[in-house]
Design a protein. Structure first.
Length: 205
């Protein structure tokens, strides 16, 4: 019997997407095991979520290091110690350096709350709302070291109606994330995702 597919989740805040992954892992629907939470804020609610879910946490203080590369080297060691197959960014609020990006090229993904390449960077939901678009959504993409610039794996559209408020739009976006992101992780666990250049395809075995 092959060992379970192992993922690490990076998060900095509330951890709703972490919780979705952990719940799907426990139920068996994810097809993968959440083996580690990486967090840069010791008081973040996601740390308590990990404790309750029985997931190990690696919590660090970025200010204790001279360079980002220094703490990322320690993170890389923690990932390798646990034989992590896929790094899943879920509200991790730090740009990554080549220390992690290159080591996990093709094995590190992120979810962004817009239909990339529209509205990259911070406050994407607010950007879309202020611009007045009628359709936004979410994008799951590979991480390549740029600002939300990696190859797109999957997208899900979210309509903005005349009844929406910024709060209701944020709620719809988060619901879409919690639906699509675990599905993509499950595809990776099944070995269905192929990357060639910037083109990503899903292959049924």
């Amino acid at each position: 019997m092959s060992s379970p597919y192992r993922i690490a989740v990076f998060a900095s805040g509330q951890g709703s997407n972490f919780q979705t992954m952990a719940d799907a892992s426990l139920s068996g629907s994810l097809g993968a095991e959440v083996v580690l939470l990486v967090c840069d804020k010791s008081q973040a609610p996601v740390v308590e979520r990990a404790r309750k879910a029985g997931v190990e946490s690696y919590v660090f203080d970025p200010k204790a290091y001279a360079r980002r590369e220094d703490y990322e080297a320690e993170i890389a060691a923690e990932l390798e110690k646990r034989n992590v197959d896929l790094v899943v960014l879920a509200g991790y609020m730090r740009l990554l350096t080549s220390v992690l990006v290159e080591r996990y090229a093709g094995r590190m993904i992120n979810v962004h709350p817009s239909l990339l390449p529209a509205f990259p960077g911070k406050n994407a939901i607010g950007q879309a709302w202020d611009y007045g678009v009628k359709l936004t959504g979410i994008t799951v993409h590979f991480v390549d070291g740029g600002m939300d610039s990696g190859p797109v794996i999957a997208q899900q559209a979210v309509e903005i109606t005349s009844e929406d408020t910024l709060d209701s739009l944020e709620s719809k976006i988060h619901q879409a994330e919690q639906q699509l992101y675990p599905q993509v992780v499950s595809m990776f666990a099944k070995g269905l995702v192929r990357l060639e250049g910037r083109q990503v395809s899903i292959h049924n075995k």
